[in-house]
Design a protein around this ligand. Structure first.
Ligand SMILES: Cc1cc2nc3c(=O)[nH]c(=O)nc-3n(C[C@H](O)[C@H](O)[C@H](O)COP(=O)(O)OP(=O)(O)OC[C@H]3O[C@@H](n4cnc5c(N)ncnc54)[C@H](O)[C@@H]3O)c2cc1C
Length: 335
């Protein structure tokens, strides 16, 4: 086990916050994980699990032991003419995994192309993009409990997946390290081009192959979202709020052109649109700014967790004041 004391996490989070972990372990094997958990227990250290650092706001100092599991192999569990089931280690980089599957002719992940982070974090917030959520292809999640080191396996039905949510952010919050994820992927292409930019590309160029669709998604994402290596950010900073029909009607009366996505008994609204309407696109709050092309993204220009949270709170305050909507932050404070 490679244990480091006083380890900088600046290059390990996409907001590039200059954070320092008291203890850090890069665990390559399950034995490393177990050794790290025993060490933490012996020394009374809280364990905090880190993936690619693309959905966290790092505190200046992380007390306890930061554990990053980097195994990145896969196992083919079953194969028929129609589908494969594979088990993939948590440390596999997400987009590399998507491309790997496309090259093998295993489909279902194309819309989730180019999302930063790791396979192990994908179930945590049930990553989603362009009309697809990862829960649609997850079969099982394997991991260890941080407290006991015991292993567990959860069927997808028991993971409580919903919009950017799962049991790993709720009942099991900060209690597990996911070690691998099982996916069932199709050998038949079934491209999903329901979302606006993909739909218009399909109208102009014809239906894409899964590989083309992945390339379109990368293209669209690169045109809209800043690269964290150039402009440090954590992707969408707020979830899209879901409001009651009554509340929506009130908001719509004052804002007739508000985009909206009806659900069964509620309406989902684009948080980026709400922020944009307040004239906040491109606006700076000290060392943190709202991205000038995408109002849902906060860009960090050397600020700390406190600076990022102050900017987020100011945006939340203004949205609440104007629309009566409480925005919920997507990336979690890592402390
Ligand atoms: C430019 C950009 C675009 C993005 N676009 C999208 C998008 O389209 N859709 C979307 O859903 N998200 C998006 N995100 C958010 C982010 O990429 C995802 O949430 C991703 O899954 C986070 O992975 P990570 O490995 O970086 O996790 P981290 O940020 O390291 O961790 C996130 C949370 O998961 C926990 N965690 C991480 N690994 C494990 C593990 N192995 N076991 C248990 N818990 C773990 C951490 O403790 C933390 O609470 C975007 C982010 C950026 C920067």
């Amino acid at each position: 086990m490679n244990l480091i004391q006083k380890h900088s996490l600046k290059s390990l989070n996409t907001l590039a916050i200059d954070s320092m972990a008291d203890y850090f372990v890069d665990a390559v094997t399950i034995d490393d994980v177990r050794n790290a958990l025993s060490y933490a227990k012996q020394h009374d250290l809280a364990v905090k699990v880190l993936g690619g650092g693309s959905n966290v706001v790092m505190a200046d100092r992380i007390s306890g032991l930061v554990l990053k599991y980097t195994a990145s192999q896969y196992k083919l569990l079953s194969e028929t003419n129609e589908a494969v089931t594979i088990e993939v280690d948590a440390g596999f980089e997400w987009h590399a995994f998507v491309l790997f599957c496309l090259n093998k002719g295993w489909f279902g992940l194309e819309n989730l192309s180019y999302i930063p982070g790791t396979v192990g974090a994908a179930p945590v917030q049930n990553i989603g993009a362009y009309g697809v959520e990862v829960k649609d292809v997850i079969q099982r999640v394997h991991g260890v409990y941080l407290e006991t080191g015991e292993t567990f396996t959860l069927d997808a039905d028991d993971c409580d997946f919903s919009y950017r949510e799962s049991i790993f952010k709720q009942a099991l919050n900060n209690q597990t390290l996911i070690t691998s994820v099982e996916f069932k992927l199709s050998k038949q292409a079934n491209v999903q081009v329901g979302y606006a930019p993909l739909n218009s590309m399909a109208s102009e160029q014809g239906m894409p192959t899964p590989l083309q669709l992945s390339q379109w998604v990368v293209e669209v994402r690169q045109s809209k979202l800043p690269e964290p290596s150039k402009l440090p950010n954590a992707g969408s900073f707020f979830k899209n709020p879901v409001v009651s029909l009554e509340k929506f009607e009130t908001i719509q009366q004052a804002n007739p052109d508000i985009p909206n996505y009806p659900q069964s008994n509620s309406v989902k609204l684009p948080a980026g649109w709400l922020i944009d309407q307040l004239g906040l696109k491109g606006k700076s709050f000290g060392s943190v700014s709202v991205h000038d092309k995408q109002a849902l993204v906060l860009v960090n220009h050397g600020g700390t967790c406190v600076d990022v949270e102050a900017a987020a709170n100011e945006i939340k305050r203004q949205v609440k004041g104007e629309y009566g909507i409480e925005l919920e932050q997507e990336p979690r404070v890592f402390s």
